[in-house]
Ligand binder design. Structure first.
Ligand code: FHN
Length: 442
């Protein structure tokens, strides 16, 4: 323990090997679906709409009174996630608005009191497990509805003025809210079978672990679901290695494998289709399918996982723009997922060719070259001589011939370096949005 970080409690002691084993499925699977769904899906202009527009609780209530997702079909959600190549899913059980998607006995602010009238989580976990996906929950530490949630400078609905804020917090008891969270997390981790991942959200200054009583909250989580994987947002200082399982860079692409104290650590970037987590009808900055496929490849090339978000509509379905992107990613994954599942960053000894991203499967000993632009006729692999024995285009398994000390075609002669290998490629770009060349290594 240091002045900043609490000592490792006995219940949190775990060897690196045990942690690696516990996270093996997650590290292998690489690609998950995030789902943000709640009352904010009705205004359909961002999951922070209540705060962004300072909507008074009495005005926000109309969304509660009209929540009735008659098209909700988690089997369809699960089919689309599986077809996209996703292997796990994380659903918001409660977002900052405080509305619960299950029949919690600790609040009336829940789906069973809306016109829909039924628990949403049971059918959700059943449907995704039936498609073979692992299931996780997102649970918001911030709660704009709970009467004992104490607002501070970083957690809205924070009145800006300090005096105003103190007045608004009068009578609020954070200890009661801490108890509320433990009770609800107990419901989430005992009523819905094995839960594989837990995404708490969020702390903002690396000190709130006392404010949330995070040590006892995490102790409870580990007791109820010993194999669960927990993110890094309980407010522990980053050095508190027992306080989190993986880092969560969000809505940006890290330049390299995420590190803590200079060491590579497990990481999962969570990303959106459009910039908004919740369904945002008029949002226009949707990423193209190609951008999303490249995002997945680049994430794995840096040793990370991608948790890609869908915001279902108030009716309970994935809108066309989301489904179209999931379909496009599934088409790419159908032929190229071998370069994603079980893969990670390539060893430094494999130099990255220009305009390419590399992934590597340490188990099968195969290297994957993702060509961001299809090279014209040849691709020189500097220093690869003697490192691989066969090359093929992944999507159709067609052989790629290669040679060393090669003279390229045409009237000029050009030889590759003595340790280089030249791949001889078809002029026609393969059909995959991002074609992949698979090298079977020596
Ligand atoms: O404020 C939330 C936001 O609405 C969304 O849930 C993201 C997802 O990681 N987390 C917080 C912002 O970091």
């Amino acid at each position: 323990a240091t002045a900043q970080t609490p000592a490792t409690p006995s219940w949190a002691k775990e060897t690196a090997a045990a942690k690696e084993k516990r996270m093996q499925w997650w590290t292998n699977d690489r690609f998950g679906m995030f789902i943000h769904w709640g009352l904010y899906s009705l205004p359909a202009r961002h999951e922070w709409v209540q705060m962004n527009e300072r909507i008074k609780p009495e005005d926000y209530k109309k969304y509660f009174d009209n929540f009735n997702p008659d098209l909700y079909d988690p089997k369809q959600w699960a089919k689309e996630a599986k077809a996209a190549g996703m292997k796990y899913v994380v659903l918001t059980s409660k977002h900052h608005e405080g509305f619960c998607l299950w029949d919690s006995k600790y609040t009336d602010y829940k789906v069973t009191n809306t016109p829909y009238g039924k628990d949403l989580l049971k059918d959700f976990v059943d449907a995704f497990r039936a498609e073979g996906l692992k299931v996780g929950f997102y649970y918001s530490l911030i709660d704009w509805h709970h009467p004992d949630f104490v607002m501070d400078g970083g957690h809205p609905p924070t009145p800006v003025d300090k005096e105003e804020r103190a007045k608004a917090n009068e009578g609020r008891d954070m200890k009661k809210y801490q108890e509320y969270m433990k009770n609800q997390v107990t419901e989430l981790l005992t009523k819905f079978g094995k839960i594989d991942q837990l995404f708490f959200d969020f702390s903002y200054n690396g000190k709130e672990y006392k404010e949330w009583d995070s040590e006892n909250l995490l102790k409870l989580v580990r007791k109820l679901q010993p194999d669960i994987i927990v993110n890094d947002r309980l407010g522990f200082p980053v050095e508190t290695s027992w306080g989190w399982d993986y880092k969560t860079p969000e809505q940006f692409m890290p330049k390299e494998w995420v590190k803590v104290n200079g060491q590579n650590v497990p990481w999962e970037t969570c990303q959106t289709f459009s910039g908004s987590w919740g369904y945002y009808r008029d949002e226009y900055s949707w990423k193209s399918p190609e951008q999303l496929i490249v995002m997945l490849i680049e994430t794995v090339s840096k040793g990370g996982n991608l948790l890609l978000n869908v915001g279902p509509t108030a009716r309970g379905h994935f809108d066309e723009r989301a489904s179209d992107r999931l379909t496009a990613m599934g088409k790419w994954m159908k032929f190229n997922s071998r370069s994603i599942y079980g893969c990670t960053e390539a060893p430094e000894s494999f130099k990255k060719p220009a305009n390419c991203l590399l992934t590597y499967n340490p188990t099968t000993k195969r290297l994957y070259i993702h060509a961001m632009q299809w090279p014209f006729k040849t691709l020189t692999l500097e220093g690869y001589k003697g490192k691989f024995k066969y090359a093929q285009i992944l999507e159709d398994g067609s052989e790629i011939k290669f040679s060393t000390n090669t003279r390229s075609g045409g009237h000029t002669t050009e030889t590759s370096g003595e340790n280089d290998v030249m791949l001889h490629l078809p002029v026609r770009k393969p059909g995959s949005t991002i074609p992949v060349i698979e090298l079977i290594l020596e």
